[in-house]
Design a protein around this ligand. Sequence first.
Ligand SMILES: [Fe+2]
Ligand SMILES: [Fe+2]
Length: 342
Amino acid sequence: MSTRDEKIAHTMEYPPETPQPNVYPLSWHQKTGKLEEIWDASQREVWDPKKLPWDTFDPSSYTWEERESIAYWWTLLSVFDASAPPVFAEALIKTYEVHEEDAVRRCFFSVTRDEQNHEQMCGLSITKLLEHPDPLTYEPKTEIGKKLQRNAHWLYFNGGRYWTGYKKAVPKYPLSVLFSSFLMGEIAAATIFHQMAAGCTEPVFKEAFRNIGRDEGRHMAICMAVMERDYPKLETENKDIITKQIRAGYLFLSAVLFEPPTDFWDLPPDFIEVQRKGEEIARGAGFHIPEYEMKKENWKKAMLNMKGVLDRYGIPFPAIPEVGISGKEILDIEMDEIIPVF
Ligand SMILES: [Fe+2]
Ligand SMILES: [Fe+2]
């Protein structure tokens, strides 16, 4: 091994092998044509949250209960979307370390950028609705606002336990395993945002949801393309990890897409009741959060899509009795051992 002081170039014609993983590939292989198409689409469809029609948005046309309830939903989304930029940045670094093909690296770069946009959108909405840039230090003006803020504190606390586990998981697992967890979030996200875009009456939210839904659809396509490439040669050991991570994904993402399962999320007893009340107020103000049955139906559909993908490659699907899907029983999942992202 050479150090800066110990020069070796005069002793040999070519340098020794560079130790791996080395973060820069110095190669631009092209294997998966589909990924090139998705990257091109991401360049064409890029959008800027600041340039949405904000001039048409007048928060004072809503009551404070409505403002606080809508801001609560954006806060709930932020628990997932504000962690997405660092989560995908970490995965982007991994694609360089393992010298992934060029288009995979670029696709991950695009996901990181998109997620940064989604996070920005959460921030802009919350700040305008509350006239304060931080939903946890904001002083609520109504009774429901106070209760929703306490909910937000608990969500934030729970989500905070996940980053350390994720950081440990990224070096440990191959990209094929990580992708199955990512796909889970993307399928679910694409569904909910399309619905919210269709149902929301406020133009700025409608347009944001349309853009976010389109981004998530691309993210889903990226995961699918890499899975199609890698799953035919997947080892059995990794198949088991994927089954477990899908169950973990269900538990984790249910908080935003359905309702948080209480044995996994550590939440106060009136959490769901308060959240349902807030959602009802937001819905009444034209902010289209799907109702319980609709959420359940969506989530089930997303799970069945995911099951369709895994079945194709002989990967056992976990039991999701909450939405009526039978499969392999998976118990004992902790917040600090999950990979899923939104
Ligand atoms: Fe997102
Ligand atoms: Fe995404």
